[in-house]
Design a protein around this ligand. Structure first.
Ligand SMILES: Cc1cc2nc3c(=O)[nH]c(=O)nc-3n(C[C@H](O)[C@H](O)[C@H](O)COP(=O)(O)OP(=O)(O)OC[C@H]3O[C@@H](n4cnc5c(N)ncnc54)[C@H](O)[C@@H]3O)c2cc1C
Length: 469
């Protein structure tokens, strides 16, 4: 159980200028940025090999105005991007973070490409709900595992120390909130105390802490948690004990398309390209294109807490660029059939209800009318044999609430002032997704982790250098 101690520490085992808890995208981007100005961060990481939720993601980062977009003739800019984030969050995106992420994303992608050799490319074969331009940037495998491995490699090349198999367990601070250091538990059970000038909490959210999920996101308390189990809400618990302001605690990224029982993510591209969802009765139940995040709770409300993604072989070809989809195919999760009757038999849903929905959807596609839920299908999205279906459920991916920060990543107290040397980034900080799952625009997670991880590393390093003068 993470805790805060206000007792003075007589002797530190080591002292470092900058400590970072968590070697996910936020922590490593912060360490890389600090190193650039000559500050050596030490990163504390629970796992033997850094991964976090970053490794579980598709590794797609949205950015507006990149050279990768320009090369493909895409017109986009940070204002338009900020507008999309704000609209999806129903005007609830944390204002302090909104402009920095919208403006900082393109430089972030180009910085990681040019200085740290991450070969980003624009994903131009489909778009995600709520983005008014093609702006997702991904690595060749479209996996977060590749993203975190390449970030770790970049850190290793620069000699950044990542203390793996080390859990930050206790935070030491003065009564006025100045952080003094951490007690960590090494893999062999030995406890060490490391003093620091400045601390960045990059240990993500509380999805791995069922008690906190029940407290802050009760509607997802029974849902499958698909994020990193080591994200146990330490930042929120330390923040609470220090008197920090906590914000947007109900916000989260859900996903309404995780195969069951295999638990493999099926990209939302299968829906956006013209697929749709039906429940176990063969009936549609909402406009799927509002977003995959809010769709998690919709799916869980259906009989048995499941739904079927229905699409075709052409769409499967688009989805196959994601390794997860290929794994789902190898696992036998994707049903394929030459006719609707055969597909329905394999799905085991009522034929009449399903055939009725199918006919309605395909007719709507030809006439371009809006359906009963408000979804508009495009004429070119008619499904062709062979047809496909996959049984899915809703899952909690990660939490978006956390420590309230100012525009530079400094953690705020309840009275609005900031702690002198405490920063937060990524899933540890309050995000830009408003107050619920519906406010999550695709990419908000890695966007805040990478962009604010980098900028927080820069500001924390500047503070270290200033204190040393
Ligand atoms: C299945 C899935 C798909 C996703 N897809 C996308 C996507 O395509 N695009 C997108 O933008 N977002 C996506 N997300 C969200 C995204 O992965 C997260 O928002 C992002 O990775 C958060 O980065 P982070 O660095 O803050 O946290 P993490 O990557 O989770 O890293 C936190 C690290 O802190 C460590 N840690 C925690 N507590 C301690 C402690 N006390 N001591 C030591 N170490 C500790 C953990 O072990 C972990 O390694 C997805 C999430 C999931 C689960």
């Amino acid at each position: 159980m993470s805790a805060v101690s206000f007792d003075p520490v007589a002797k530190w085992d080591a002292r470092v200028p900058l400590l970072i808890v968590g070697a996910g995208a936020a922590g490593i981007c912060g360490a890389l940025a600090a190193k650039e100005v000559g500050v050596d961060a030490v990163v504390i990481e629970r796992d033997a090999v850094p991964g976090g939720s970053t490794a579980l993601s598709a590794g797609l980062i949205p950015a507006a105005g990149t050279r990768f977009q320009r090369a493909k003739g895409i017109t986009d800019n940070p204002d338009c991007f900020a507008g999309d984030i704000r609209r999806k969050a129903n005007d609830g995106a944390a204002p302090a973070a909104l402009e920095p992420v919208a403006c900082g994303a393109a430089p972030l992608i180009e910085w990681l490409t040019d200085f740290h050799a991450l070969p980003f490319e624009l994903v131009d074969s489909f778009n995600y709900p709520g983005h008014s331009a093609l702006r997702m940037h991904g690595l060749p495998s479209r996996t977060g595992r590749e993203l975190i491995d390449r970030l770790r490699h970049a850190a290793e090349l620069l000699g950044i120390v990542i203390l793996t198999e080390s859990v930050a367990d206790r935070l030491f601070a003065d009564r006025d909130g100045r952080v003094r250091g951490l007690e960590i538990v090494r893999g062999n059970g030995i406890r060490e105390r490391i003093g620091c000038e400045t601390l960045i909490l990059a240990c993500s959210g509380y999805g791995g802490n069922s008690e906190l999920v029940r407290r802050f996101i009760p509607e997802m308390a029974a849902a499958l948690y698909f994020g990193h189990p080591g994200n146990r809400g330490d930042a929120v618990l330390w923040g609470e004990a220090l008197g920090a302001e906590l914000a947007y605690l109900g916000a989260h990224q859900g996903h309404g398309s995780v195969t069951t029982p295999h638990n493999i993510l099926i990209t939302w591209a299968v829906i956006m390209q013209g697929g749709f969802q039906v429940n176990a009765r063969g009936q549609r139940f909402c406009d799927e294109t509002r977003g995959y995040s809010e769709q998690a709770a919709e799916v869980l409300r259906q009989p048995g807490g499941i739904a079927w993604d229905v699409f075709d072989a052409h769409i499967a070809g688009v989805a196959r660029q994601f390794e997860d989809f290929q794994i789902a195919e190898s696992a036998g999760a994707i049903l394929t059939a030459g006719t609707i009757d055969e597909l329905v038999a394999a799905m085991d849903v009522p034929l009449d209800d399903f055939a009725n929905e199918w006919h309605t959807v395909e007719t709507l596609k030809t006439c371009g009318k809006v359906d009963r839920y408000g979804r508009q299908f495009a004429p070119e999205q008619r499904l062709q044999s062979p047809f496909c279906a996959v049984k899915v459920t809703g899952a909690l991916f990660h939490t978006q609430g956390g420590l309230a920060i100012d525009a530079t990543g400094r953690v705020k107290r309840k009275d609005g002032t900031v702690f002198p040397n405490l920063f937060a980034a990524g899933g540890a900080a309050a995000g830009i997704s408003g107050t619920s799952a519906a406010g999550y625009l695709s990419g908000n997670g890695l966007l805040t982790a990478t962009v604010l991880g980098r900028s927080t590393g820069q500001v924390a390093a500047a503070l270290v250098l200033h204190q040393a003068e």
